[in-house]
Ligand binder design. Structure first.
Ligand code: 5GP
Ligand code: ZN
Length: 136
C-alpha cells in the first residue's frame, strides 16, 4: 500500500525502533507512545483491521504478543498491561494497517483507557446476544 505509514516502516523506507521481525510480523516501539515501552505488533502484509485479517494469522500474531508481553514484563519493571487494537476511525484507529498495542501500566501513570459504563436492561442485552449468537 503506497500511502500506508506502517507499510513504509515495514519496507524500511521510514525508520523505526524495531524489537523483532520475522517473515510475517514486525514489532516496533510506538513513536508517540501512551506510556514508556508502548509496543506495536503488525503483520507485514497490509491488511486494514480485524475485519480484513486472516484469522489464523491473527492467532499467530496474538501468540507472538503473549511472548513479547512476557519479555517486556521481565525487562521493563512493570506488572500490568493493556492490550488493545482499534478498528476504523470511529473506534480511534489512526493508521489503517492492522496493529496490536501493548501498553505497559505503571502505578498512577495517568493513562486513561476506561469507558463510561451503560446501564442496559436485560432485554437490551438479550437482543444483542441473540443477533450475534444465532449467526455464529
Ligand atoms: P491507532 O491510533 O491507529 O490505533 O494507533 C496508531 C499508532 O501508531 C499510534 O499509537 C501512533 O503513536 C503510532 N504511530 C504513528 N506514526 C508512527 C510512526 O511513524 N512510527 C511509529 N513507530 N509509530 C507511529
Ligand atoms: Zn500498510
Amino acid at each position: 500500500m503506497d500511502n500506508c505509514i506502517f507499510c513504509k516502516i515495514i519496507s524500511g523506507d521510514i525508520p523505526s525502533a524495531t524489537i523483532f521481525e520475522n517473515d510475517e510480523f514486525k514489532v516496533i516501539l510506538d513513536r508517540f507512545p501512551g506510556n514508556q515501552g508502548h509496543v506495536l505488533i503488525m503483520p507485514k502484509q497490509h491488511c486494514a483491521n480485524i475485519f480484513d485479517i486472516d484469522s489464523d494469522k491473527a492467532g499467530r500474531l496474538f501468540s507472538l504478543a503473549v511472548k513479547i508481553a512476557g519479555v517486556m514484563k521481565k525487562t521493563l519493571g512493570f506488572t500490568d498491561m493493556n492490550v488493545l487494537q482499534n478498528n476504523g476511525e470511529i473506534a480511534g484507529q489512526t493508521v489503517p494497517h492492522f496493529h496490536l498495542h501493548l501498553i505497559p501500566r505503571y502505578e498512577n501513570d495517568g493513562v486513561q483507557i476506561k469507558w463510561k459504563q451503560l446501564d442496559l436492561t436485560d432485554e437490551q442485552i438479550e437482543n444483542v446476544r441473540k443477533k450475534i449468537s444465532e449467526n455464529l
